[in-house]
Design a protein. Sequence first.
Length: 316
Amino acid sequence: MGDFLQDVMDSVRFGFSWIRDIEVWKYYLALILAQILLFGLVFGAVLAFAAAIGIHVALFSDISYWTHFFTGSNMAGLVGVIFGILFVGVLIGLLYYFAISYLSLYIMTYGLRKKQLSAIHVTPRKVLSFIFVGIVAFLQAVFCWRDKTYLLLGVVSAMLLGIGMGSWNLFTLFLGFMLMFVYLLIVYYMSVRLSLSMYAFAHEDLSVSEALSVSWKLTQGRVLGVFARIVGASLTVYVLIALVLLIPNALFWGIRVFMSTVGMAGIGVLLQQGFGMITGPLYTLSVILAVLHVYHVMLQEKGLVKVKRVVRSKRA
């Protein structure tokens, strides 16, 4: 138990090690600016759409116009506008996800170098490969690609739940829920086994299949240990950040409540969202480095890197 707590504390300590590095803060600030810019684009698009609708209402208040608005070419135009807005929204979301992934990959390579391990050079192409590794790992865990028998279990449980809800057969519902619970446990087991694949990619510049295989081998026989270390470190990081930001969060919540009482609820929400954009990456960066420490420990336990021992001189 003592060794486990020490490992968790070492992970947390390493998770916050980036705070003293000015280079990381540059990327952190760049991410905040990117978030504000993307949020501004979304907010501006919503305001523009609302203004256009308002002008339309003002110019065409005749009820006969609106009865024909949702027919023929007008309907086609409206559908085009809706799909255009959805396209822009999806594009903005993808750009934001790319920015988050770029920062995540950078912080992984930063942590690997701090551990004196090799790391890939971060480029847009590597970021896309990095994202693809994460997507494939997720799909492999959910659809149990390594053993299709487990996927069959999920399909059967879903069918039983559907039949049970349709006929209100309690036994069928109970059996479906039990099988679904087992299936979700298997999916979570697979997720833990593949949880280090993105770190392996950042470390060795591997292909997707190679990165997944490395994570699978590193966690073999150590699933509970890896799970406990990751969850323990992540929760500790979250609690520490929440405690540090407790007073500022309460302050912005109070501002939001005050703004709502004076008829300016929208400004209060924007201020609170802006504060969330600034503080949100704190947790992301710290957890990435904390889990990276777990990855390093797994490498050491497998004998893939040498364990450095600190030798203290005895006092005379």
